[in-house]
Design a protein around this ligand. Structure first.
Ligand code: GLN
Length: 377
């Protein structure tokens, strides 16, 4: 018996395991190799000491939801009701799954852009939905809205977005929002917007969160991650924002999936988020890493593809080899000691543009050591 016969082990586990086996520098799975802010750990410890160790309320503790609402107002100029429109979740991936489980029934079609983060398709399938896969243009990875229109049917229920985009680093522009708005209105679609890299946008570009647009927000679930932006992916903390009528349904599912989320982490994060500098400093922090990585990589035979956000950088390797990307990624992990993610893993049919993804959320010395090895290829 299998509800997901075609699904194997996630590429993130495959490559991180291979990296460990070969003692390779792991630039594959997306997580930092530096620790989170000591202040944040102190705040969590204090919460534990103060006895915040029992179940949190099902939607999350109110101080955290209030400070999230404040952040949304500061960054996106939107008023969101913390009581009815925000739910704290164990991470971004969970927040996405729960939105799909809330809305998607057998026969519903969900538009997913490829390359796609690898949980999206299985999430839709396991809920009985039908993924409708639409390629992003190559090599700039933007949405071809004409193509999207041609794939709409009376069964289209939801469109999934991801900005900044994993693995490509592309971001939505105002023209995309205009097209999205027309489509959503004409065809009465729901939107699921994965914005876990919201603060990781470079060269002064603005993150066009769906939260900025009240009309779109009325039809949307918008998901976020604390782990991705505050360097503690192992805490598995995130949240979902949706209008009250959708959030009411979302909580019906959430309450029976995990009921509620780690209490002391919620207190720690709520106190940490009171200082806007903690998130306002993130674009510059990560842009410095990205620029440093690109500068180092200029000395190798890899060719970077344009990217505006996230902590990933795609690189073509056609000046090095004509191998398929899985073979190439495996070989350089074993022979040169640097692990990456082959981008074909983000395509259902394994489309291979000979591109690999590097995660640059690493200490300077890690990036230097990795690029020293990559120069030898
Ligand atoms: N989001 C991370 C990435 O893209 C991986 C998370 C995971 O391993 N599930 O690398």
């Amino acid at each position: 018996m299998s509800k997901l016969p075609k699904v194997g082990t996630t590429i993130f586990t495959v490559m991180s395991t291979l990296a460990a086996e070969h003692k390779a520098i792991n630039l594959s799975q997306g997580f930092p190799d530096f620790d989170c802010d000591p202040l944040l750990k102190k705040l969590v410890n204090e919460a534990m000491e103060q006895g915040h160790n029992q179940y949190a309320p099902m939607p999350g503790i109110m101080p955290l939801r209030e400070v999230i609402a404040q952040k949304i107002s500061n960054l996106y100029g939107q008023t969101v009701n913390p009581d009815t429109e925000i739910t704290v979740t164990p991470g971004g991936t969970y927040a996405i799954f729960t939105a799909i489980a809330t809305c998607i029934s057998p026969g519903d079609e969900v538009i997913i852009f490829e390359p796609a983060y690898d949980s999206y398709i299985p999430n839709v399938l396991v809920n009985g939905g039908t993924p409708v896969l639409i390629p992003l243009s190559y090599p700039d990875y933007h949405i071809d809205w004409q193509l999207v229109r041609s794939r709409i049917t009376p069964r289209t229920k939801m469109i999934m977005l991801n900005t900044p985009h994993n693995p490509t680093g592309s971001i939505l522009r105002e023209t995309d929002i205009e097209e999205l708005r027309k489509l959503v209105t004409e065809h009465n679609l729901l939107v699921l917007s994965d914005e876990v890299y919201e603060h990781l946008v470079y060269e002064g570009a603005q993150h066009l969160s769906i939260l900025r647009y009240p009309d779109l927000l009325q039809k949307s679930f918008v998901t976020f991650s604390f782990g991705k932006v505050f360097h503690n992916t192992g805490w598995k903390m995130g949240y979902c924002v949706a209008p009250a009528h959708l959030m009411k349904e979302y909580r019906k599912v959430h309450q029976y999936l995990c009921f509620s989320v780690n209490t002391p982490m919620q207190y720690g994060l709520s106190n940490y988020l009171r200082t806007p500098e903690h998130y306002l400093s993130l674009p510059a922090f990560y842009q410095e890493k990205r620029d440093y990585f690109l500068q180092l990589m200029a000395d190798t035979k890899f060719t970077p593809l344009a990217s505006s956000g996230s902590y990933f950088q795609l690189m073509r390797y056609d000046r090095i080899s004509a191998e398929g990307d899985k073979e190439f990624a495996e070989r350089i992990t074993k022979e040169f000691g640097v692990a990456t993610i082959p981008v074909s893993a983000f395509y259902e049919d394994g489309k291979d543009d000979h591109v690999v993804r590097f995660c640059f959320a690493k200490k300077k010395e890690t990036l230097e050591k990795a690029v020293d090895r990559l120069r030898k290829i």
